[in-house]
Write a protein that binds this ligand. Structure first.
Ligand code: GDP
Ligand code: MG
Length: 439
């Protein structure tokens, strides 16, 4: 699926992950970035400004909880706010016997969605019947029949007029009956009356409004209008694949009482997904990239086993690269370093324990170009060896030297924490106890 909404947000998250310093100015830059992306996606201005205010407040007033850096707090609050904007939680459909009425304007995707939804229930083990109540457009019933045939789902279309067809279908034996309806260019009087009559006959368990994503923030007004007319219990947003305005629809829907149940992401019957704001958003911004950071934010603490390994074991170059790869562990290490009494001159400048992704990748190549002996004892690595390793790993000599220097610094910290007096007394002992280490 190609989503046009949100590509700018992914960049924003990467920017935070890589920026040098999280200060007031940096927060302001990011907030402006986010505002631009949201407004371009047609999210309501008032919602955007509320969200900005909350992010600023978090960042300028809240203290990060223990174990969380300011950067992680920033990522987390931005993430939470944006997910909240797109709908707080997922609103699942029940897998039970029920009648579902689909309503919406002409061309919004009702007929296609009837088939998609039918398939969704069918693959979950329920029997489904589709009811073709659009009697206004000549080809509408055929369109549904064809879709039903492809899916092996019966389509009911006998009866006089929309209401008559609906009534006749009510005696069908299937678990789930999905009623397709007609739409016009706008919500006119004739359509309104027909819908009311249909709803009265069907007595649907669910009345779902089908809306295309390019509707943007008008979604709210439209869903309120339909809601006044027949009452709606949920929304389906179609054509999320085709427009950057999808953010506007979702944000707009999240402030109405009817929640988005599904999104349509293409023309095929399988291009249909349950809408889960959290999952949707994490995929949008490339959750994998920030997963570690968010996880840490959630736990806001140490990974005991890993911390113990670092503190008690031999700290080899391989450990080093492992530790470096997972930035969250380096975060823990820098915490350890901070708490060592009298680190004085050895204390590393701020930020030195944070390594960028590209650098880590280069370092991994460097380490794999080393011999076993060199890995075991990096002291062996003299100038000619540096040259050879750089050549072998396709990096520069200064990259190799930088990596070795960094490794030595980290190793020094690890050594100091090992077995020293600091372990039995003082803040480090407390820390170790928190981590469950036996003294
Ligand atoms: P109706 O008039 O509300 O019944 O709308 P239709 O179901 O006939 O759909 C109108 C057009 O939108 C058709 O060409 C569908 O293929 C297309 N369509 C429906 N849902 C989606 C979707 O999620 N993505 C895309 N790209 N097209 C869709
Ligand atoms: Mg139709």
């Amino acid at each position: 699926m190609v989503l046009k909404f949100g590509s700018g947000l992914k960049e924003t998250f990467m920017k935070i992950a890589h920026m040098g310093k999280v200060d007031k100015e940096a927060v302001e830059t990011i907030v402006r970035d986010v505002q631009r992306v949201l407004l371009q996606s047609d999210v309501n201005v008032a919602l955007v400004s509320e969200l900005s205010a909350r992010i600023r407040k978090h960042m300028l007033e809240d203290k990060p909880p223990a174990g969380m850096t300011l950067r992680e707090l920033f990522l987390k609050s931005l993430y939470d706010e944006l997910v909240g904007l797109l709908g707080k939680e997922k609103a699942a459909m029940q897998l039970k016997r029920q009648r579902i009425l689909l309503i919406g304007l002409f061309g919004s995707g009702k007929t296609t969605t009837a088939a998609k939804l039918g398939r969704w229930f069918k693959v979950r083990g329920l029997s489904v019947g589709l009811v073709a109540c659009d009697v206004h457009r000549p080809a509408a019933q055929d369109q549904l029949r064809q879709l039903g045939q492809k899916l092996g789902i019966p389509v009911y279309s006998d009866g006089m007029g929309a209401e008559g067809i609906a009534k006749a279908a009510l005696s069908a034996k299937e678990d789930v009956l999905i009623f397709d309806s007609a739409g016009r260019d706008a919500l006119d009087g004739e359509l309104a009356n027909e819908l009311k009559a249909m709803a009265k006959t069907i007595k649907p368990d669910e009345t779902l409004l089908v809306m295309p994503a390019d509707m943007g923030q008008d979604a709210r007004r439209q869903s309120e209008e339909f809601s006044r007319l027949v009452g709606i219990t949920g929304l389906i947003v179609t054509k999320m694949d085709g427009t950057a305005k999808g953010g506007g629809v979702l944000a707009s829907a999240s402030v109405t009482s009817a929640k988005v149940r599904f999104i349509g992401v293409g023309e095929k019957v399988e291009d249909f997904e349950e809408y889960d704001p959290n999952r949707f958003f994490s995929r949008l911004v490339g959750y994998g990239d920030i997963e570690g950071l968010l996880e840490k934010a959630k736990e806001a603490g140490f990974d005991e086993a890993k911390a113990k390994e670092v503190l008690e074991g031999e700290f080899t170059l391989e450990d080093f690269i492992e530790q470096t790869k997972a930035m969250k562990k380096m975060g823990s290490l820098s915490k350890v370093a901070e708490m060592i009494p009298g680190m004085g001159a050895m204390r590393l400048p701020a930020g030195q324990l944070e390594v960028q992704q590209e650098k880590m990748e280069r370092w991994q190549h460097i380490i794999s170009s080393m011999t076993k002996a060199e890995r075991k004892d990096p002291e062996l690595i003299n100038a000619p060896r540096v040259k050879r390793i750089a050549k072998g790993s396709g990096t520069a000599e200064h990259d190799v030297r930088e990596m070795l220097k960094y490794y030595k610094n980290v190793k020094k910290i690890v050594k100091v924490t090992k077995g020293g007096k600091a372990f039995r007394r003082g803040p480090l002992a407390k820390l170790a106890k928190q981590m469950g280490l036996k003294m």
